[in-house]
Each structure stands twice: as structure tokens, then as C-alpha cells.
Design a protein around this ligand. Structure first.
Ligand code: ADP
Ligand code: ADP
Length: 228
């Protein structure tokens, strides 16, 4: 599903964010990418989404070799992955329903399919009754659930979340983690970057630890550890 082969990333200002990354994430996996702030977690996810390009090496996602990907193919790549961010990134002037529908409209889905999928996706995250609310009328936890509904509405094989609980209190954080686990149990591969020790330790999922741009540990049923 995801493979990094000898990947390095150097930003134009000279910062080396990742060095010699070799990594394989299989279909159906649930993996945490952990590490302190600045270790390279976001960069790794940005390479996956082709928001940034590698300096060296190769990233393969869903069968796409990203370095050879024509820019016209990027929408196809992105259709196969859902993304969730720390700051939710909802459109403030659109309702919950419209925010989720928007993810389908930009991939040119037919209206009938949109009317079918959006309510299903909202039901999955338990927000059917908030369909007509606007983001500012929702709590942080609810906003993140809308973001997850939006990420899932195109039935992606891969869900990527960058610090999805970073703006949430512990109770809402657990709701989101529970939801991500359910999504994974339905067959979606889930990759979550986080530095929240309590969550990682409680979940006992795969842990890929990054420090200063290198993978320093990759463990099935891992703990956060005390590297930082
Ligand atoms: P994390 O997500 O673990 O906090 P990042 O991947 O955001 O780490 O950052 C890794 C390193 O790359 C840091 O030193 C950061 O300052 C640097 N970095 C991130 N984005 C850029 C950028 N666009 N230009 C230059 N340096 C960057
Ligand atoms: P939390 O304590 O989790 O941050 P809030 O206190 O913000 O949650 O909201 C509690 C409930 O009230 C949520 O279901 C939220 O959707 C609803 N709510 C909050 N503000 C508004 C609003 N301006 N209009 C409609 N519903 C709201």
C-alpha cells in the first residue's frame, strides 16, 4: 500500500527533514508515526500525499510511483487517500453536509452518488443530526469528526491523519482515536502522526519512531517510549 525506498528530503533552505527512510505499510495496517516536534513526521506525510517531492529515493502509494506521477494523475492519487489535519480545515461558509459533499464534487462524482454517500459518511461519524450546522456551531471534536467524514466519503484505501487530536481535549481525543480504529477495522489503512504518548501507549499498534529525520524504531504493538 505504502513504500518508502531510501527516501531523503531536503527543503530549499537546506534543512534536511528526512534521511534514508525505508518503510513499508501494508493494506489494513494501523500505524503511528511518532517523534518530537521537528522530527520529520509532517514531511513524511506530505511526501505520501505528494504535497512535497522527495530529494532522493522513491515513494510508492496505492501502486503509484510518486516521482513519475504526472500532475494530471495527482487527483487520482488523492482520491484514493483521505486526509485529516490538526486544524480540521473545514470550509467555514459551508454546512457540515456541504463540506463533506465538496470532497466528492471536486472529484466530479455524479449528484446521485453524492446524495447517497454524504449521509452514509455522516452517519459513520455519528453526525447525521448536524448536517445543516456550520463548523463554528460545532465543538472541536465534532469538527474533527466532520473532517473524518469528508476524508472517508470517497471510500479511500488509505486514511492519513497529521496530529488529529492536537487541538482536542482528552475526551474528544479518545473519541477520534476510537473512530479511526473503527475505520481501520472496516479495512482502511490508517497512518497517524502524533506526539501524544498516552494514546500511542494505550493503543498498542505499530509504532514508527522518527528522530532528526531518521527512523529509529519500528515495532508492531509498540509503545511511545521515552526517546524524547
Ligand atoms: P514534525 O511534523 O515532526 O514536527 P516536520 O516534518 O514539520 O516535523 O519538520 C521537520 C524539519 O523540517 C524541521 O526542522 C522543520 O523546521 C523543517 N521544515 C518543515 N517544513 C519546512 C519547509 N517548508 N521549509 C524548510 N524547512 C522545513
Ligand atoms: P465541547 O464542550 O465539546 O467543546 P461545546 O460546549 O462547544 O462542546 O458544544 C456542546 C454542544 O453544543 C455541541 O453538540 C455543539 O455542536 C453544540 N453547539 C455549540 N455551539 C453551538 C452553536 N453556536 N450553535 C449550535 N450548536 C452549538
Amino acid at each position: 500500500m505504502v513504500e518508502f525506498i531510501n527516501v531523503s528530503k531536503k527543503y530549499p533552505n537546506g534543512t534536511v527533514a528526512l534521511k534514508g527512510i525505508n518503510l513499508k505499510i501494508n493494506k489494513g495496517d494501523f500505524a503511528f508515526i511518532i517523534g518530537s516536534s521537528g522530527s520529520g513526521k509532517s514531511t513524511l506525510l506530505k511526501l505520501l500525499m505528494k504535497e512535497e517531492a522527495v530529494t532522493e529515493g522513491e515513494v510508492i502509494v496505492n501502486g503509484y510511483q510518486l516521482s513519475n506521477l504526472h500532475h494530471k494523475q495527482i487527483p487520482y492519487l488523492r482520491r484514493g487517500m483521505g486526509m485529516v489535519f490538526q486544524d480540521f480545515r473545514l470550509l467555514p461558509n459551508k454546512t457540515v453536509y456541504e463540506n463533506v459533499a465538496f470532497a466528492m464534487e471536486i472529484t466530479e462524482c455524479i449528484p446521485k452518488e453524492i446524495r447517497r454517500q454524504v449521509p452514509m459518511s455522516l452517519a459513520l461519524v455519528g453526525l447525521s443530526r448536524k448536517a445543516n450546522a456550520y463548523p463554528h456551531q460545532l465543538s472541536g471534536g465534532e469538527q474533527q469528526r466532520v473532517a473524518i467524514a469528508r476524508a472517508l466519503v470517497n471510500s479511500p484505501a488509505l486514511l492519513i491523519a497529521d496530529e488529529p487530536t492536537g487541538n482536542l481535549d482528552p475526551e474528544n481525543s479518545w473519541e477520534i482515536v476510537k473512530l479511526l480504529t473503527e475505520v481501520n477495522q472496516r479495512g482502511t489503512t490508517v497512518v497517524v502522526a502524533t506526539h501524544e504518548k498516552s494514546i500511542v501507549d494505550a493503543m498498542k499498534k505499530r509504532v514508527i519512531a522518527i528522530d532528526k529525520g531518521r527512523i529509529i524504531r519500528d515495532q508492531q504493538k509498540g509503545l511511545y517510549g521515552d526517546e524524547d
